[in-house]
Design a protein around this ligand. Sequence first.
Ligand SMILES: Cc1cc2nc3c(=O)[nH]c(=O)nc-3n(C[C@H](O)[C@H](O)[C@H](O)COP(=O)(O)O)c2cc1C
Length: 387
Amino acid sequence: MTDTTSLFSPLSFAGHELGNRAVLAPMTRTSAQDNGQVHHDMVDYYRDFARGQFSLLITEGLYTDEAFSQGYANQPGLANQTQQVSWRCVVDAVHQQEGRIIAQLMHAGAQTQHNRFKDEVVAPSECRASGEMLSFYGGSGLFPLAREISEQEIHEAIAGFATSARLAKEAGFDGIELHGANGYLIHQFISNRFNQRDDAWGGDALARLAFPLAVIRSVREAVGEDFPIGMRLSQGTVTEPGLQWQGGPDAARQRLAYLMESGLDFLHLTSGDAQAPAFPEAEDEADRQLSLTALAAQVREAQHANVTLIANGGTDSQEKADAVLAQADLVAVGRSALANHDWPKRLKRGTPLTSFDFAMLSPLATLANEEDWRIANDKPANCEGRC
Ligand SMILES: Cc1cc2nc3c(=O)[nH]c(=O)nc-3n(C[C@H](O)[C@H](O)[C@H](O)COP(=O)(O)O)c2cc1C
């Protein structure tokens, strides 16, 4: 009998045949050129994961316009033609290794730490993101106070996502992922914490989906029917990983149902632990056990929706990957992939994995820092028979 759910089983995904279920999770490395173009080290970096047999790669979050979307210094962009051209080298390198690559499109909103186009920061409502800026992305101290984004700027932000998606398609990317997780702008519109608007972009939980749904519509119009579009979702933010969506499992089901009906090809659910219950204090005993992915799988089944589910969080072994794959179609790996660019290949061969070490990302989460760590610790990224 063919095994259809384990890590090394193939999957047909939005017109592509993936050789296995291992996906590289999106990870910001703040290693682009100052103008947001790809640095040549990034070509080798992404190629390495495809060579290491990740069948699908999701890029780090790319800013989408030359206005308010950039969040970090040396964050790569996909907001103009020169940035687009620079991404072609990455896309071609991944395709040469028979990997597939999706561009993650992100608008930082209130979580902006550095933006070379604007001095101001915008969010759905005036607010300050909680906690302190992330030092490994070069920030320090409190986040800036974000002002309420205007109606016109909302339309410009939506247009930015659409333009960026078109640039991604023309650059040869195999799809795009809208970053609706971790507290960035799309998440902010969804969240009652950041969105207190009482116009067409805010209100109850359903009304707060207006922005993500408008982005999805606009992006779809820009790229056509055949180009995969997905969205990443989380409950927590970068500085408050424990935050929960308001309204418990029923509201979550409703939100997931609307998003599944919106024409998305995939949903990417992320949390600290993909298998952990999303609402451990839910009234209903059965609901208390459900992870965000399990909830999404329930909704998908109930709606007969044709949406691929990617799950992420805490997967650092084949056993965990296979457990996650009982509920999702694909498993995205973050930190363990950073430590092992050939994570799938090592598991297949039975080669021991290198443990993730936060020192790889400190003081900065750059590729140069990772390289220094590898040399100092004699830990090759891709072992090629050397380990
Ligand atoms: C250095 C680093 C950068 C990250 N950047 C992004 C990003 O750009 N976009 C995103 O959606 N998540 C980002 N994340 C979150 C990861 O995609 C992933 O959700 C998280 O690491 C948990 O998965 P893991 O347990 O497999 O590492 C980042 C994580 C790390 C460690």
